[in-house]
Design a protein around this ligand. Structure first.
Ligand SMILES: O=C(O)c1cc(=O)[nH]c(=O)n1[C@@H]1O[C@H](COP(=O)(O)O)[C@@H](O)[C@H]1O
Length: 234
């Protein structure tokens, strides 16, 4: 049965052995699993299959950002792999996102959720100027989320700090996926725009991507259970 949990555990590991050892400590009815650049580069589609065959909904987080044709083809291959969610950088623009969405038409109801990354949660106020953007983080997130929605995407990755604004402006069905989640007293690590799980859900987040606070815990299953208890799920 697919997970109804709002938690997506980021399996940021260097190889399949480490990732599957972690997955085997987690209940696929209590969380979903995210495969990112490090793990996918090392292990490829076989690892995605190993997770889906264990019952996990898989978020393939490769943040595609390229010319429309290249991204559309990559997204279709991800859909063929049977992933539940896949993402692209919204800053790749309208034509890129529309091409990605169009490439999923043939998959019908089996198409993965297509999500646009707005401003990374590791970015702090002031850092946008370094890349030539003369605006606030909130302004840039709103701009890219609106573009993603207009381009037919199902939702965006943003920080939970922007979730309330986007829930109000983009409507109730637009999926808000938020990394940068840190339970009280957890280290922020390289994240900059963070909120606790309970604060995030209160702001209207649909899915929370959580890595190190679960995967580096001495008891990952217990860390996941504590987060679900905090937000009143499970
Ligand atoms: O798309 C993502 O998943 C993502 C977007 C973003 O803005 N920030 C972000 O941290 N992520 C991913 O979410 C995960 C967060 O992991 P932790 O910081 O360990 O909880 C990592 O796998 C990141 O690659």
């Amino acid at each position: 049965m697919p997970s109804k949990s709002p938690v997506i555990v980021a399996l940021d590991f260097p190889n399949a052995a480490a990732a599957l050892a972690m997955a085997d400590q987690l209940d696929p009815t209590l969380c979903r699993a995210k495969v990112g650049k490090e793990l996918f580069t090392a292990e490829g589609p076989a690892l995605v299959k190993a997770l889906t065959s264990r019952g996990f909904d898989v978020f393939l987080d490769l943040k595609f950002h390229d010319i429309p044709n290249t991204v559309a083809k990559a997204v279709a291959v991800a859909a063929d792999m049977g992933v539940w969610m896949v993402n692209v950088h919204a800053s790749g623009g309208r034509r890129m996102m529309e091409a990605a969405k169009a490439s999923l038409t043939t998959f019908g109801n089996d198409a993965p959720l297509l999500i646009g990354v707005t401003v990374l949660t590791s970015t702090a106020e002031g850092e946008l100027a370094d890349v030539g953007l003369d605006c606030s983080i909130e302004g840039q997130v709103l701009r890219l989320a609106t573009l993603a929605k207009d381009s037919g995407l199902d939702g965006v990755v943003c920080s939970a700090q922007e979730a309330e604004m986007l829930r109000g402006s983009q409507g109730p069905l637009f999926q808000l996926v938020t990394p940068g989640i840190r339970p009280a007293n957890s280290a922020a690590d390289d994240q900059r725009r963070i909120l606790t799980p309970a604060e995030a859900l209160k702001k209207g987040v649909d899915y929370m991507v959580i890595g190190r606070p679960i995967t580096q815990a001495s008891d990952p299953a217990e860390a996941l259970r504590a987060i679900l208890n905090e937000v009143g799920v499970g």
